[in-house]
Design a protein. Structure first.
Length: 422
């Protein structure tokens, strides 16, 4: 379905709204968290890295469970509702729990804060993406077109967040709570498919039964293993690179408020990202999801190396704006590769394990490694090694992943009942 056709349907706007208010919370957190931890919390690079590591480790524990539960729940909203409640507590948590804990012990605060943020974000994002992607297939609109509302949210959140930050840094967390309340309202109103509207694979007998055979087949698939390796080395390092980049960026700003400038750059980036997202489904359908993922990885290498070697403020802005092309390519290509290459009845499990689980392993490992590297050899040299890591893992993964073009939606056969064979 074209973007113009989708825009005429109320259900499209409802699910776009879910993306908008969820990723508004996401953008506020990941844009301002490293600055807040450094300036308001007084944390050093190692403690900030620990926050991100704990978020990733918590997601590692929860992702397989969340994937299984969401595949069992199908179109039901229970797990999404848990994520909404956690996000709604953001203002009280930062105001009344996190800051007092930092005063007691930075690393205790990092552990508690990482667990909480993972419930709302690192773990919760997989639930949001899997739920909305399944509904996009059921309601027959492009996932990427609805997902662009997340980019619009990022731009809006950074513009608003910059204003709030200038007035009171703590107010960004209360803005996150307000966004979660609006998210919950839209989730309550969201119309999930009745049986005749759902894809056949969602309604046929056994569709909600997640067999060990189907999951085992997925885990043995060469293309899935290559996909996991690619997400481990690219999606993870995309996040790790951005974790402390605001502090790196600020070193090279010679006039004005570096934090406000960075928030404006991010706002421009995500609005540009929304524009790119409109055309990305068409592009990925044309070249294939595998090539889309490899192009994403190539741009990431260029962006990291550029930031390491060319550090004039204007050039750092350019490197940040390259993310406008990376994120749409990654998001659309990930969903299309998973639904074309693997059993769609376990799409949430495939997404949680192949994307989120692999990514969080990478974030947990690389946040610690590169957090220490920033302190030991400096940001620039650490970024060079980061770019090399992305390039090597991408090359290896590219040899494992099969081409997805012309692949139909895949449904693995149900295991035969005992005694079925003569």
């Amino acid at each position: 379905m074209s973007a113009a056709e989708s825009l005429r349907r109320p259900v499209f706007w409802n699910f776009g709204g879910l993306y908008f208010f969820y990723f508004g919370i996401w953008a506020l957190t990941f844009t301002f968290l490293p600055i807040w931890l450094k300036n308001e919390g007084g944390m050093g690079p190692a403690a900030i890295g620990m926050v991100n590591t704990v978020m990733a480790v918590t997601a590692l524990v929860l992702q397989p469970l969340y994937g299984y539960l969401q595949d069992r729940l199908g179109f039901r909203k229970h797990l999404f509702s848990v994520v909404v409640v956690c996000a709604a507590l953001m203002g009280p948590f930062f105001g009344f729990v996190f800051l007092p804990l930092i005063d007691v012990n930075q690393y205790l605060a990092a552990a508690v804060g990482g667990i909480y943020l993972s419930l709302a974000l690192n773990s919760g994002v997989g639930v949001v993406e899997a739920f909305n992607e399944r509904n996009s297939r059921a309601h027959r609109f492009e996932y990427g077109h609805a997902r662009l509302f997340g980019s619009l949210a990022g731009g809006t959140a950074n513009l608003v967040g910059g204003i709030l930050w200038a007035a009171n840094p703590d107010s960004v967390w209360w803005a996150g709570s307000c966004s979660a309340l609006l998210l919950g309202t839209l989730l309550l109103l969201a119309r999930t498919p009745v049986p005749e509207e759902a894809p056949a694979e969602e309604t046929e007998p056994g569709a909600r039964r997640i067999s060990k055979e189907a999951v085992g087949h997925l885990l043995r698939d060469r293309s899935f293993l290559g996909f996991v390796l690619l997400m481990f080395g690219t999606a993870a390092l995309y996040d790790v690179f951005d974790q402390q980049f605001p502090n790196y960026f600020a070193q090279f700003v010679t006039s004005g408020d570096a934090n406000v400038l960075f928030s404006r750059v991010v706002a421009v980036q995500v609005f540009l990202e929304a524009g790119v997202m409109v055309f990305t489904p068409w592009f990925v359908n044309r070249v294939g999801a595998r090539k889309g993922l490899l192009l994403f990885a190539t741009i990431l290498v260029v962006r990291i190396l550029g930031a390491a070697l060319f550090t004039h403020t204007a050039l750092l802005v350019v490197w940040r704006l390259l993310a406008s092309f990376e994120m749409p390519l990654m998001l659309v290509s990930v969903m299309k590769y998973l639904t074309r290459m693997f059993d769609v009845r376990i799409s949430a499990t495939a997404y949680m394990l192949g994307f989120n689980f692999a990514k969080q392993i990478g974030v947990a490992l690389f946040s610690t490694v590169f957090g220490a590297a920033y302190a030991a050899i400096g940001f620039s040299q650490a970024y060079v090694w980061m770019a090399v890591t992305v390039a090597v893992l991408t090359v290896v993964a590219s040899f494992l992943m099969r081409d997805d073009r012309e692949r139909p939606v895949t449904v693995a056969p149900e295991p035969e009942p005992a005694g079925a064979r003569a």
